[in-house]
Design a protein around this ligand. Structure first.
Ligand code: C2E
Ligand code: CA
Ligand code: CA
Length: 425
């Protein structure tokens, strides 16, 4: 869904709004985006009746918040109770904080949420919300995935057969622009279907018991690569994503220690990223595993911070070294006060806890400058680089060095200052 070809992927939509005029406006916008089949409902009950009749749920629903009778929030709660997991857009002309809290509520219900948008809706707003949308693990629409269904056997042999590769996305020092680390992100290079993104196979791996093998394979490759970079003088950290299930795997610790040993890589150079919601949800054994990993020297990063419901007090009890703020609080924060306040307070607290702070989803120079102002440690996002295969990193690094001046903080008098470079890749 986070693709450029929105029209190919979203074939149908449901628009729920009590105002016929607003409904027509939304329908027209969706048609311009290429959505062919659009259902309309004037209130929550009509929407539920309609959905009960449909064989396939629509690809998305745009729901007005304020409607007589059943309001948008109640409708969303009903959808959740009926396990109708349609990606949702809520629309309202009310204040931004109200929209944000509804968005957070939908996340908390475990429903896929594309965005909470201010009315009157426009094309740019819809388009960028759809682009940014990342279907979550428990999105039931995986079943109606546009990819033909991939089975366990395919994925199992892909892992064994070397079709699963890490792509690397740079993590950059926000003050100097220097490359400090990379995050390894899994890609399935399928012989017929080409590149398959992780959202299409990680949930499958988790369901069919292959996630442990996948994680170990990613770690093995990422550590081997880090060892090569180190031998060439590029001393960067490598981060690998962990599934919460890995933390419950009794031999996980043994496997990962074996790997750092084999690649002669100090554990301090490896960062393990774990999502905020998964650590809070799987407390018991995972906490023990995290503590042991930390004792061995691995860096531990809280991923997607801000999308879960953990308090800083809860997180402070876990031996984390890094906080990664979810991209929904980073990109565009310079023009949205609510995001900015959340971003700044998360950074403040993390700094007080002496955690390394990482902002994800840095897409524009405005995002970058705000992070400099707020004193964030590292930034990651399309402004700097998209995830890339290991062999493309040296060339990217060359180009990046030429951009360092532009990325450095603007001194008060206007001219960028200082000069620092990474070693060769
Ligand atoms: P994540 O860990 O939050 O990774 C960041 C995702 O944001 C990546 O998507 C990355 O390509 C994307 N991204 C980076 N910069 C930007 C930006 O500026 N704008 C936008 N809109 N997006 C940006 P990707 O590679 O598709 O990975 C999706 C998710 O799949 C990851 O989210 C992670 O949760 C999971 N994943 C990826 N590799 C692995 C893995 O090896 N193991 C496990 N368990 N999960 C993985
Ligand atoms: Ca991550
Ligand atoms: Ca993340």
């Amino acid at each position: 869904m986070a693709s450029e070809n929105l029209n190919e992927l979203i074939e149908s939509a449901l628009v729920v709004d009590d105002s016929a005029l607003q409904r027509q406006h939304t329908v027209a916008l969706l048609q311009e985006l290429g959505v062919e089949l659009i259902y309309e409902a004037g209130n929550g009950n009509e929407a539920l009746d309609l959905l009960a009749l449909l064989k396939l749920p629509p690809g998305l629903a745009v729901i007005d918040l304020e409607m007589p009778g059943m309001d948008g929030i109640e409708l969303i709660q009903q959808l959740q109770q009926k396990s109708v997991n349609i990606p949702l857009i809520v629309a309202s002309s009310r204040e931004a904080s109200l929209l944000l809290s509804v968005e957070t509520m939908i996340h908390a219900l475990g429903m896929p949420v594309i965005g909470a948008l201010q009315k009157p809706l426009n094309q740019d707003q819809l388009r960028s919300a759809l682009r940014a949308f990342k279907p979550s693990r428990n999105d039931a629409r995986q079943n109606s995935d546009p990819q033909p269904s991939m089975c366990e056997a395919d994925l199992g042999s892909a892992i064994g057969g070397g079709q699963l590769l890490p792509y690397y996305q740079p993590k950059i020092d926000v003050q100097t622009g220097i490359l400090k680390g990379v995050e390894a992100l899994a890609r399935w290079i399928h012989p017929e279907r080409g590149l398959i993104p992780p959202d299409h196979f990680i949930p499958l791996a988790e369901r069919c018991g292959l996630i442990h093998e996948l994680t170990v394979s990613m770690m093995d490759q990422a550590m081997a690569q880090a060892a090569v970079w180190h031998s060439r003088g590029l001393n960067i950290k490598v981060a690998v994503n962990l599934s919460p299930l890995s933390l419950e795997q009794p031999d996980f610790m043994h496997r990962i220690l074996e790997l750092v040993d084999r690649h002669a890589l100090p554990a301090e150079h490896v960062v393990l990223e774990i999502t905020e919601s998964s650590v809070v949800a799987h407390k018991g054994n995972s906490l023990g595993m995290l503590a042991r990993l930390r004792l061995k020297g691995f860096g531990l990063s809280i991923d997607d911070y801000g999308t879960g419901f953990s308090s800083m007090q809860q997180l402070a009890r876990i031996p984390f070294t890094e906080l990664k703020i979810d991209r929904s609080f980073v990109h565009g924060a310079h023009e949205r006060k609510n995001l900015r306040v959340i971003l700044q307070s998360a950074l403040d607290m993390a700094q007080r806890l002496e955690l390394v702070t990482v902002a994800e989803g840095v897409e524009t120079m405005e995002d970058w400058r705000l992070l400099q102002d707020f004193g964030c440690s590292l930034g990651q996002g399309y402004l700097i680089a998209k995830p890339m295969p290991a062999n493309e990193l040296p060339l990217w690094l060359k180009g990046h060095h030429r951009r360092l001046g532009e990325l450095r903080p603007l001194p008060r008098d206007g001219a960028p200052a200082g000069n620092a470079q990474n070693g060769a890749a």
